[in-house]
Design a protein around this ligand. Structure first.
Ligand code: C2E
Ligand code: CA
Ligand code: CA
Length: 613
């Protein structure tokens, strides 16, 4: 409209008086420009409330009408000057103004209508007053076209409004449907026992986090697994177990900060996602672990469980959900095995461990066990005379690809591959044939893993082999560790009973490192306790000696024999003797050796005592 007005003023520059072709249009154009600038100032609809929006629309209706009438009146004034061309130009100006304005005001029909009526009304009245026939015809012409355009615009506007309305209705319905399905979804993502989010929710959240995560963003996922939950379930019943899980779930939720979620992944395993780096996440996990370990009163019993946690950090540890979870799981597994009751973060060291585990698994897969597996024998002697009482069989795996692998790694890998039984039986066959070659005065200890103990078929196979070998079962001793009893104490106990019924004896190995409480010691069918080698190193200091003597007295009070392991120096041997130990084992007395070496030593009667091979 402003450009049109400027052009109209230009064609009348020499015909009309100065103020009319300069001052008046200048003022009107300035007002329009200011209005336009205000109009174009960015404003978000969200910043305005309904009354503010209404006021703005009213102002547009008012200004639109007033300004367009002002332009038309000005054009009528210019029409006093000039010839037929100039009159025609004025008519075109009016027509263009009206049509342009109402078109731009499509979505504000009131304004469009008012502009059209006031502008055309003014123009028609003017033409009547002027009694200019052609001008009147043009006015009618424009009015007709405007009426049709207005009608079309109104229809268009109405359809737009009804579309809007039906869309809004549809949205309303959808929203309703949405809340229903949201409720269903919520239920599907909630653990029914504890009422906290479930596994599905945990993985959904993890996946959507990974989808949205920026490379510079970091978060940590954690797994918390309860220790000794099964015994609670077994001794107090499932109702108590359920209640315990509920209380623990609530404690965890209570401690869960705003930037974290906690979920029950199943059984006694909980998942954690913390939108924070490892330090922050570790703090949260540790707090939760402490809370879990607080005893819980259920009815009239007080139960308590332990827990271990594993953590992995995005993106430094892994960037995919599967890998991230696997590594958290590995960290947890590591915590449970090596740092029970603690929180372990997946680190490069663990990564290295995985790699080496994978390499070991692969090597075991292609190993020729009859060639690569062997046993070495370490004497157990009387501390006073250094006379050997027996030998302990220790597995050795010499892999052509990886070299010598420690028996712990071998056993762990065999368990992962589901070959624990096969390997134990192969070793046991070797042990039995060695037993037959050794003097009848010597006993033999054979190590059993927790896996072996929990597998009744392994026990049966061991007993079958033992029966077939017709060796004196009284010479045989099975060594078990405390940790092997934790997983499933009932099955383990049955296995121990079965072994003992044949006349073999049972030794509890590595005593003092595990968690079996001293009180449970007398409940187990044991004959011997082997004090872990870490205690031998403490024989040098007074407090260590007091501790070891106390353990020794306790074992004696239970009428069990006691062996101290890991004697590496003469001083330690003397201290062990003074502390009342009658049996010992260790590098100072003898390193583990092959069967032929062992037999040689035995033959060499002149050897006063066992020396390192
Ligand atoms: P363990 O049953 O406690 O076996 C004693 C370990 O201590 C052996 O390590 C032995 O070489 C080592 N040792 C003996 N005297 C000393 C000493 O004075 N100082 C030190 N620092 N160490 C000493 P090895 O042979 O590496 O075996 C490690 C573990 O692997 C064994 O610990 C046992 O738990 C397991 N293991 C070995 N053979 C078998 C097996 O045939 N079956 C099962 N299930 N486990 C086995
Ligand atoms: Ca042992
Ligand atoms: Ca041991």
């Amino acid at each position: 409209m402003s450009v049109n007005a400027a052009i109209l003023a230009y064609t009348h520059r020499n015909l009309a008086p100065g103020p009319l072709v300069l001052t008046v249009p200048a003022i009107m154009i300035t007002v329009c420009m200011i209005r336009m600038l205000i109009w174009m100032r960015p404003v978000s609809a969200r910043d305005l409330d309904v009354t503010q929006v209404e006021n703005r629309l009213k102002r547009t209706v008012f200004l639109g009408t007033v300004l367009s009438v002002a332009y038309v009146c000005w054009a009528m004034m210019l029409d006093q000057y000039g010839g037929p061309y100039e009159h025609g130009h004025v008519a075109i100006f009016v027509a263009v103004t009206v049509l342009g304005c109402i078109f731009c005001l499509t979505f504000l029909p009131v304004a469009a209508f008012l502009v059209a009526v006031s502008v055309l009304g003014t123009f028609v009245v003017y033409c009547f007053v002027q009694k200019a026939e052609v001008m009147l015809a043009i006015a009618l012409n424009i009015s007709l076209v405007t009426a049709v355009v207005l009608k079309i615009l109104r229809d268009y506007y109405n359809s737009f409004v009804s579309l809007e309305k039906s869309q809004r209705e549809l949205q309303g319905e959808r929203r309703q449907a949405h809340t229903l399905s949201e409720e269903n979804a919520r239920l599907a993502q909630t653990d029914s026992l504890t009422g906290i989010p479930n596994r599905r929710y945990f993985f959904r959240t993890l996946e959507s986090l990974l989808e949205r995560a920026r490379p510079d963003e970091t978060f940590t996922i954690g797994l918390i697994d309860l220790d000794r939950f099964k015994p609670v379930n077994d001794t107090h019943g499932h109702a108590h177990g359920d209640r315990l899980l509920q209380v623990i779930g609530q404690r965890m939720v209570h401690l869960c900060p705003d930037n974290a979620i906690v979920a029950r992944l199943g059984g006694d395993e909980f998942g954690l996602i913390v939108m924070d780096g490892p330090e922050g996440a570790e703090r949260v996990a540790q707090q939760m672990c402490r809370a879990i370990q607080e005893p819980v009163r259920i009815g009239d019993v007080l139960v308590s469980v332990g827990c271990s946690a594993g953590l992995a950090v995005y993106p430094e540890t892994a960037t995919s959900a599967d890998l991230l979870f696997d590594r958290t799981d590995f960290a947890l597994y590591h915590a449970k095995k090596q740092k029970r009751g603690q929180c372990v973060r997946f680190s490069e060291k663990l990564e290295h461990l995985i790699r080496s585990e994978q390499a070991i698994d692969a090597a075991l897969h292609s190993a020729d066990l009859t060639q690569e597996l062997s046993l070495v024998y370490q004497p157990i002697v009387e501390t006073e005379t250094l006379k050997p009482l027996g030998v302990e069989c220790l597995a050795r795996w010499s892999s052509p690809t990886l070299g010598d692998i420690s028996p712990e790694l071998l056993i762990a890998s065999a368990e992962r591959a589901g070959r624990a039984r096969e390997i134990t039986l192969a070793l046991f066959d070797t042990a039995l044939s060695a037993l037959q070659q050794l003097p009848a005065s010597l006993r033999m200890s054979f190590n059993l893993s927790g896996h072996n103990l929990c597998d009744p078929d392994t026990i049966t196979a061991l007993l079958d082999r033992l029966a077939a070998s017709d060796c004196d079962t009284g010479r045989l001793l099975f060594e078990i560790t405390e940790t092997s009893l934790i997983t499933d104490i009932d099955t383990a106990e049955v296995a121990l009973q079965r072994l003992r019924e044949t006349g073999t004896r049972i030794a509890l190995d590595d005593f003092g490192t595990g968690y079996s409480s001293l009180s449970s010691l007398h409940k187990l069918p044991l004959d011997i306790v082997k004090i872990d080698r870490s205690f031998a190193a403490r024989l040098g200091d007074a407090s260590g000696r007091r501790l070891i003597t106390a353990i020794r007295n306790l074992v004696r009070s239970l009428s069990l024999d006691c062996v101290i392991e890991g004697i590496e120096t003469e001083d330690q041997l003397i201290s062990a003797r003074l502390a009342g130990f009658t049996l010992a084992q260790g590098y100072f007395i003898s390193r583990p050796m092959s069967l032929s070496c062992l037999l040689e030593h035995i033959e060499d009667r002149s050897t006063a005592r066992w020396s390192a091979a």
